[in-house]
Design a protein around this ligand. Structure first.
Ligand SMILES: C[S@@+](CC[C@H](N)C(=O)[O-])C[C@H]1O[C@@H](n2cnc3c(N)ncnc32)[C@H](O)[C@@H]1O
Length: 283
């Protein structure tokens, strides 16, 4: 696969973690056959069907917008209305931004944020190829959104916040940029039990959306602590089922950090993908 072959131990420093994550996804963006989150030999379309995209949705996407990197379908967790402004945290090559753009229509707009230049390049080329005028892609960190206060109706995100070394900051930023009454609609990976130590140390496991994941209760509490109310899990499925213990991203933990393959296999069913909604209270 070649998307996550840095054998370094996971660093403590948040900027260094982001640099390694960005390097991993730059490689994915340059090699369109790679699939990091959810890994394995399946095609991007196979992965996407498994995690909740319909054939119709997949057919309407610009070619190359779907890299098979998600863990759910955030625009299907709840509805988007025509005219709404949507921000996609960690937009990648644009899959969910394009689906959201269709739902909000010409009066609405979608802003995809990503820190990785190669991803932004792909996403912008995809927008240009299909003449999508209500979608733009901005460079930035999800911990420091390049967006004004109170400007969005909806924040979506797909398999990205688990990659942040500063998750409370991400939810605080989501809260800041949503208008009062605005909604969070997020697909993400959470853990039902703590990670085995060797998986925790592996950069590949982190970049592959397992090593950085929080325990379910901690993740939901972080959303509430940012000020959101009505935090609800509307969809859930096993993410671990889609990750093979003998494939990247967990190979590194097994080979380099001595994880026991049986222990990793036993652990994978305890990795879940959730579809979460929450509300920024109206003033
Ligand atoms: C697993 S991919 C998901 C991409 C897209 N949401 C999808 O479902 O195809 C993670 C994306 O988030 C971006 N990303 C990760 N951490 C980020 C951060 N802290 N700030 C901005 N972008 C980030 C990566 O560059 C990458 O494009």
């Amino acid at each position: 696969m070649g998307c996550c072959d840095d054998k370094k131990k996971r660093p403590e420093n948040a900027d260094e973690v982001r640099r390694l994550v960005s390097e991993g996804y730059a490689r994915v963006a340059r090699d369109s056959d790679s699939s990091c989150c959810g890994g394995g030999a399946a095609t991007a379309e196979d992965v996407s069907r498994l995690i909740g995209y319909s054939d119709e949705e997949l057919a309407e996407l610009p070619e190359g917008a779907n890299l098979g990197l998600g863990c759910g379908n955030p625009t299907a967790i709840d509805s988007l209305a025509p005219g709404e402004t949507v921000i996609d945290l960690g937009a990648g090559a644009g899959i969910d931004a394009f689906l959201a753009a269709k739902q909000v229509g010409a009066r609405g707009r979608v802003i995809g944020i990503d820190m990785t230049d190669d991803m932004l390049e792909r996403a912008r080329a995809n927008a240009l190829a299909v003449g999508a005028e209500n979608v733009e892609f901005r460079k930035g960190l999800i911990e420091e959104l390049p967006v004004d206060d109170d400007c969005a109706d909806v924040i979506i995100s797909n398999c990205v916040i688990n990659l942040s070394p500063e998750k409370p900051k991400v939810f605080a930023e989501a809260f800041r940029v949503l208008r009062p009454g605005g909604r969070l609609m997020v697909s993400d990976v959470v853990l039902e039990r703590p990670l085995p130590e060797a998986v925790l140390q592996s950069v590949d496991a982190y970049v592959g959306c397992v090593g950085g994941a929080s325990l379910r209760a901690d993740y939901l509490a972080a959303i509430e602590n940012a000020g959101f109310t009505d935090v609800r899990v509307l969809t859930e499925s096993s993410f671990g089922d889609k990750v093979c213990a003998s494939d990247s991203p967990l190979q590194d933990a097994i080979k380099e950090f001595g994880a026991n393959i049986e222990e990793v296999r036993e652990f994978l069913p305890h990795v879940s993908s959730l579809g979460i909604v929450a509300i920024k209270p109206a003033d």
